[in-house]
Design a protein around this ligand. Structure first.
Ligand code: SAM
Length: 219
């Protein structure tokens, strides 16, 4: 995998030390993945110098690459060991998909904006994450042919938990998703499928994501 030049490696290590570990990210595999994936190659060229700053960045089409801490938090909430199949809804730049590819067996990622899906494919290929499956479409409906998934991560805020995504979880699988008002305050939820018909839900705090647009999201 291409993990970039020395300057960016230094910035990446500082990001892990200063933004992730102090905020309570403890999963070693997540920390290693965040220290490995060259985030500067997933942001627009003119923003590369800001790639490791503690905030989201614009990636075009009114969309953003999430703050590094949020990417790490969502990855950690999935409790991955390396044997899982994961669905990533809202590919954006492809950065979170690359992080997930470091800590899961297989990653499927869906983006609704064709230009972003194409750019993400390019970003993932040039950084060596060629194994990530990308599709352009409405991720609020899941990816039925590839289901079930042991983990589902949704990087856009929904009005409620989309039923298609719940149904695509394997027993023991986890869905991490921001739910709340459109473009406003949302709760980051973790839904665990404990049996065929039972689900447990917990919230970890307030977040702010762009809206999940589609049949299982906002109109
Ligand atoms: N994870 C991304 C990354 O690493 O760059 C950032 C995701 S960005 C915060 C949210 C993305 O979700 C946007 O690219 C947006 O177009 C996409 N999105 C919104 N609704 C969607 C839907 N129904 N299906 C797929 N993607 C969707």
């Amino acid at each position: 995998m291409n993990s970039g030049n020395q300057d960016y490696r230094t910035k990446r290590q500082a990001m892990v030390r200063q933004q992730l570990a102090p905020r309570g990210i403890v999963d070693k595999r997540v920390l290693e993945a965040m220290a490995r994936v060259p985030r500067e190659l997933f942001v627009p060229e003119h923003l590369r110098a800001e790639a490791y700053e503690d905030h989201p960045l614009p990636i075009g089409h009114g969309q953003t690459i999430s703050q590094p801490y949020i990417v790490a938090l969502m990855a950690e909430m999935l409790c991955l060991t390396g044997r899982e199949r994961v669905l990533d809804v809202g590919t954006g730049s492809g950065y979170a998909a690359a992080v997930l590819a470091c800590i899961a067996l297989e990653v499927y990622s869906i983006e609704r904006i064709p230009d972003l899906a194409a750019q993400a494919r390019e970003n993932l290929d040039k950084t060596g994450y060629t194994q990530v499956h990308i599709r352009c479409g409405d991720g609020s409906l899941g990816w039925p042919e590839a289901a079930p998934f042991d983990g589902v991560s949704v990087a856009a805020g929904a009005p409620s938990v989309p039923s298609a995504l719940i149904q695509e979880l394997s027993v023991g699988g986890r869905l991490v998703i921001p739910v709340g008002s459109e473009g406003g305050d949302q709760q980051l939820l973790c839904v665990t499928r404990v049996s065929d018909s039972e689900f447990e839900q917990s919230g970890v705090g307030e977040v702010r994501f762009v809206p999940l647009l589609g049949e299982g999201g906002w109109a």
